[in-house]
Design a protein. Sequence first.
Length: 402
Amino acid sequence: MTDVASAPTPLKGIKVVELGTLIAGPYASSLLAQFGADVVKVESPDGGDPLRSWRKLHDGTSYWWYSQSRNKKSVTINLKSLQGQEIVRKLVQDADIVIENFRPGVLEAWGLGWEQLATINPRLVMVRVSGYGQTGPERERPGFAAIAESMGGLRYLTGYPDRPPVRVGVSIGDSLASLYGTIGAMLALHHVKVNGGVGQLVDVALYEAVFGVMESLIPEYAALGHIRERSGSSLPGITPSNTYPCSDGSYVIIAGNSDGIFRRLMKVVGRPDLGDDPALKHNDGRVAQTETIDAAIGAWSVQHDLDTVLAALDDADVPCGKIYTAADIHRDPHYAAREMIATHVLPDGAPIDIPGIVPKLSATPGQTRWLGPALGEHTVEVLTDLGFDAAQLAAMRSDGVI
């Protein structure tokens, strides 16, 4: 197994300037930082990124901040000041990637838009994440993940048909946009580094990131007029794939939706007659009798506790699982074996567990070199490297520029 501490990182030497706040832009930068990119996070001197104080806190700083901002350098710059804007231009001169998630038009007003920065550095890749994208009639509207999840089609499908739509318990729209932003950055950077091309703009809209994973939603509507509806815990059009009750009040997820697995599952639940029924041999036939099949599985599962159900299904090689809480994840041996819970130390010496790094690379794995930094922790270091001396730094600090 590769020694992570001494292994090379795949993005070593790649410089990223992050101008965003909260999730959609900064999480994309976080992914790059985990694989060795030198990420300079520009924050307002007045409190910095709001994520620093979101959700549960440790001595005034959120646990989320320590995790998401790992490996980043925090530099405080007042982007509304002319001198602060000039500092950013200096940062961009030799940067490979800029990532931002302001509302379209904000950076242009500060002289830091795509056209201005591309003139400074023609090889620059700029990832812009916004609610509705950089073009179109809605471009200037404020956009957040909750709205994007609705516009992208996800919210309408989430929940039960007899109740209002519900949200996923995390800001999934932001995270999806971050992933698309990271992919876009790598595609554009490959074009620069390998193909000898010029830099380009990567335009990521939150709603489009959600819409991009909506499977057959639009083809089915366009061809058939079919509008997919909420279906609770089941997976429409694929049977059986649902959540079933156990005798101890727990629930089990069972995915018996391939032909061979379905036959094995029916033997486990005591209904080999269904498994041998020619009408149920393939998925399209099973979908027509979803209620009958789900009832048979539920009638069996509710007679047994969760552990018994899981053991029986595992023995039959039927995909299944319990519904994990944070506590279940934290103590799960498979998570531990895959190094997906990583223990680090906060500035005061207190331990903190954060998610491990995804994906796993065999030769150049990602690393957590340090946790989310203090506000402005790297301002002097980064600006000194840009050529500013101590007197200039003191003057800018006095003027509120940094």
